[in-house]
Design a protein around this ligand. Structure first.
Ligand SMILES: [Fe+2]
Ligand SMILES: [Fe+2]
Length: 162
């Protein structure tokens, strides 16, 4: 594999683990707010991010690359309100989409068809992630200051299984 493609794929392992960290922070924030459904939804999201990290990791290992396990930057559990947490998650997913597109650009430039095929899964996944984070913002905005609405949404989010 091309050096640039390897470098970007390796960096993405770290970014996906940071995503897991970020969602753990959001989950913990909601636990503190006595919203267990939100907390559980974001905990599942954090688990999903670890799976993303491992997909990149395994792809590299399968291609005989020694993966560099660099330091993960700290994540916050401190948000102003539920809307701020949801907006942070949405912003982060857009960032991740852009990063994956950068890897795709490098793979296309290098005519690395195998990596392009591998990345297709993530292109589709990011569409889902952006839709989920956008929906979350819309729901929280709809609720406004209605505590009953927040309670109902918390129950709904608590039903997420995977
Ligand atoms: Fe991810
Ligand atoms: Fe997802």
């Amino acid at each position: 594999m091309n050096e640039k493609v390897v470098e970007l794929l390796n960096a993405q392992v770290n970014k996906e683990f940071f995503s897991a960290y970020m969602y753990l922070g959001v989950s913990q924030y909601y636990t503190r707010q006595n919203l267990p459904g939100f907390a559980s939804w974001y905990m599942i999201q954090a688990q999903e991010e670890q799976e993303h990290a491992m997909k990149f990791y395994n792809y590299l290992v399968d291609n005989d690359v020694l993966v560099e396990l660099s330091q993960i930057i700290p994540a916050t559990s401190d948000y102003k309100d539920p809307l701020a947490a949801a907006k942070a998650a949405d912003k982060h997913e857009h960032y991740i989409t852009a990063e994956i597109e950068k890897i795709m650009d490098a793979a296309v430039k290098d005519k690395d068809y195998r990596t392009q095929l591998f990345l297709n899964w993530f292109i589709t996944e990011q569409e889902e992630e952006e839709r989920n984070s956008k929906d979350m913002i819309a729901k929280i905005e709809m609720i406004g200051n209605d505590n009953k609405g927040l309670y109902m949404l918390d129950k709904e989010l608590g039903e997420r299984k995977g």
